[in-house]
Design a protein around this ligand. Structure first.
Ligand SMILES: Cc1cc2nc3c(=O)[nH]c(=O)nc-3n(C[C@H](O)[C@H](O)[C@H](O)COP(=O)(O)O)c2cc1C
Length: 436
């Protein structure tokens, strides 16, 4: 069997306000209604978790202005996903929730406390998607002139995660005794200051709240550069990745497993999920027609402009300055933002003009999945057989139609084939992830 996660790629934001199947998104996008409907459906389909993207700035790289980003709602709005997750955790019992947390900008003590609080509220179903953040604008919101250099961010992240882990461990198991006869809540001999003094961070500890049901909330990670992979191999319970095609998927997985060995970790301790965006139709032909219509829609000037603004955000480089009818310039060594994301574009750029690249590049899928529920389910099974792998991160648009196609169309087929869990049997998110 393999695992399923759902990636809310826009974070807590507008979702389909200007697209098909928007529902009431343009009236009540900030209400929890859409997310709680999605959470119930994902739980019915026995998904492991829902993960929320997040960012901490308004981008203005494209054309040197916020205009395109505000127009396209690109990286904005971003309301705080930790608050949303607290609400959603009251709607379901078994689904996991993973908000994105920036190691560069959240003080470790605050993050440790917040994730423990979410773990308590969700009865052991919380995690944090640890990112280092990629933009100077985010850094400037926190008082820095510019963001730290790429690899330094990951060195800081390692220390940050080390410190947060020590805070989570600062209450020994059994420290809360709640002895009503003797009037003792916690045994003071089992709660310890950590006296952490690092290169970048220090904290005395202990944490001022005891661990939730998981002790350490689940950690997920998505950085694909060598430094990002090293960080994931050391700390993550689950890694999300977008390698292109079967060979790259297999290689990515083997690389993470090799890196995990160094830290004395078994492959089963970290699940590697591949991003996909299935296009489902009643029949294979219907699905192919939908996929063609979507590909055609990408030829519009508006789509090209929007995608260029996204690439500007990913790279920190203004793509308005490049000629659309020339190849994408070689950016190797020039990206201080999301390096592996831009390396993926660079690889895909061979033999294409920038315009062709923008129209054809799929940001969120490792393989094409187009067909009826039965066809796509069978293909997902074959891919897992062939590359190994622990499952998929579904990354399509968050609207009720798309959710239903996956949870009530595709997943019943996956279950019928015995590929995903029929129902939950474990009490926490981490135990669900370790189930197979
Ligand atoms: C599935 C997925 C989710 C991600 N979510 C976020 C996010 O919420 N916020 C963010 O700043 N970066 C996010 N990223 C970007 C990664 O954290 C990372 O910066 C990017 O993959 C490039 O990695 P690298 O700098 O190690 O090459 C995400 C990436 C992927 C593949």
């Amino acid at each position: 069997m393999f695992h399923l996660g759902w990636f809310v790629g826009n974070g807590y934001s507008v979702q389909s306000w200007n697209r098909d199947w928007a529902g009431t998104d343009n009236e009540d996008w900030y209400s929890p209604a859409l997310y709680s409907d999605a959470a119930r459906a994902l739980e019915r389909a026995a998904f492991d978790f829902m993960v929320f993207q997040d960012g901490l700035m308004v981008p203005d790289i494209f054309g040197g202005s916020m205009e395109a980003d505000l127009k396209f709602a690109q990286e904005i709005p971003r309301s705080d996903p930790t608050a949303m997750v607290a609400i959603l955790s009251q709607v379901t019992k078994n689904l996991g929730y993973i908000p994105t947390i920036s190691t560069s900008f959240y003080p470790p003590f605050m993050a440790a406390r917040m994730l423990t609080t979410l773990d308590q509220l969700s009865s052991g179903h919380a995690g944090g998607n640890l990112v280092t953040s990629a933009s100077d604008r985010a850094a400037q919101n926190f008082g820095f002139d510019n963001h730290h250099a790429h690899d330094l961010r990951y060195e800081m992240a390692e220390e940050w995660a080390d410190l947060v882990t020590q805070l989570w461990d600062s209450w020994e198991p059994g420290s809360v005794i709640m002895d009503t006869e003797k009037h003792v809540f916690a045994d003071y001999t089992k709660v310890h200051p950590i006296e952490f003094e690092g290169r970048f961070y220090s904290s005395r500890g202990p944490l001022n709240t005891p661990p939730g049901p998981q002790g350490r909330p689940v950690i997920s990670q998505a950085g694909g550069s060598p430094a990002g992979r090293e960080f994931g191999a050391r700390f993550a319970d689950v890694i999300f990745c977008v390698p292109n095609g079967l060979d790259s998927m297999r290689a990515y997985r083997e690389d993470i497993h090799r890196r995990m060995e160094k830290y004395g970790r078994e492959p089963g301790e970290c699940k590697i999920l591949f991003m996909v965006d299935p296009v489902i139709g009643e029949t294979d032909q219907v699905a192919r027609d939908i996929a063609s219509a979507r590909a055609e829609a990408k030829r519009s000037d508006a789509y090209v402009e929007e995608h260029l603004s996204v690439m500007s955000y990913f790279s920190g480089i203004d793509f308005a300055a490049f000629d659309l009818d020339q190849p994408m310039p070689d950016l190797d060594g020039k990206v201080n933002a999301q390096q592996s994301t831009m390396a993926r574009y660079q690889k895909d750029a061979a033999g294409k003009t920038l315009r062709e690249l923008v129209i054809e590049h799929n940001m969120v899928a490792t393989i094409d999945l187009v067909g009826s529920p039965a066809t796509v389910a069978a293909k997902m099974g074959e891919v897992m057989e062939e590359v190994g792998g622990d499952g998929f991160l579904l990354s399509g648009p968050l609207n009720r139609k798309n959710i239903a196609e996956i949870t009530d169309g595709l997943v019943p087929e996956l279950k019928r084939l015995g590929l995903t869990r029929p129902r939950y049997t474990k009490p926490t998110l981490r135990e669900n992830l370790r189930e197979f």
